[in-house]
Design a protein around this ligand. Structure first.
Ligand SMILES: Nc1ncnc2c1ncn2[C@@H]1O[C@H](COP(=O)(O)OP(=O)(O)OP(=O)(O)O)[C@@H](O)[C@H]1O
Ligand SMILES: [Mg+2]
Length: 140
């Protein structure tokens, strides 16, 4: 039923649970899986060019680390996952990514980096569930 699956992956415990569920679904449905990691790229006020470059380099390294995590998890399931990175507002970019790959399911964790696991629904998940062009699975 769901064969074009997009996972919002920020490296949090919630997003790892979302990735694990999405990998099981993709395996059962012989689907294709894409992950999107959204980064902020917000230079701090008053930052020098050197500091901005340093932050960009830090984010690029973090994105590579997360992509490697996804590839390792996907490899265990024998799935060939696409990893993508976007800059901007997480909910906005996840919805755009879903549209651009014509996803039929978006899979997200119940909470991410700032939330307490299992307490409140995160704002990214809440916003994506309101605006997504397709079904959204919130993984507990
Ligand atoms: N920057 C991001 N890139 C990709 N996916 C993300 C990003 N931020 C959140 N997500 C997805 O959304 C899920 C829930 O995170 P969310 O941001 O809603 O919760 P939170 O960080 O606990 O709370 P909040 O951001 O509202 O303070 C994550 O498990 C992940 O699947
Ligand atoms: Mg968050």
């Amino acid at each position: 039923m769901f064969t074009r699956i997009l996972v919002g992956y920020d490296g949090s415990e919630g997003s790892r649970a979302a990735l694990a569920a999405a990998l099981r679904l993709a395996t059962q449905a012989h689907g294709v899986l894409t992950t999107v990691t959204v980064q902020h790229h917000l230079p701090r006020y008053g930052a020098t060019i050197g500091e901005v470059d340093e932050e960009r380099e830090f984010e690029a390294a973090e994105a590579r680390r997360l992509a490697n995590e996804v590839q390792a998890a996907a490899g265990e399931h024998g799935i060939d996952a696409q990893t993508t990175i976007r800059a901007g507002h997480p909910a906005h970019e996840i919805v755009h990514a879903a549209k651009s790959i014509d996803a039929d399911l978006v899979v997200l964790g119940h909470s991410g980096h700032s939330g307490l696991w299992g307490t409140f629904l995160g704002s990214t998940t809440e916003r994506v569930s309101r605006h997504a062009p397709c079904s959204v699975l919130i993984v507990r």
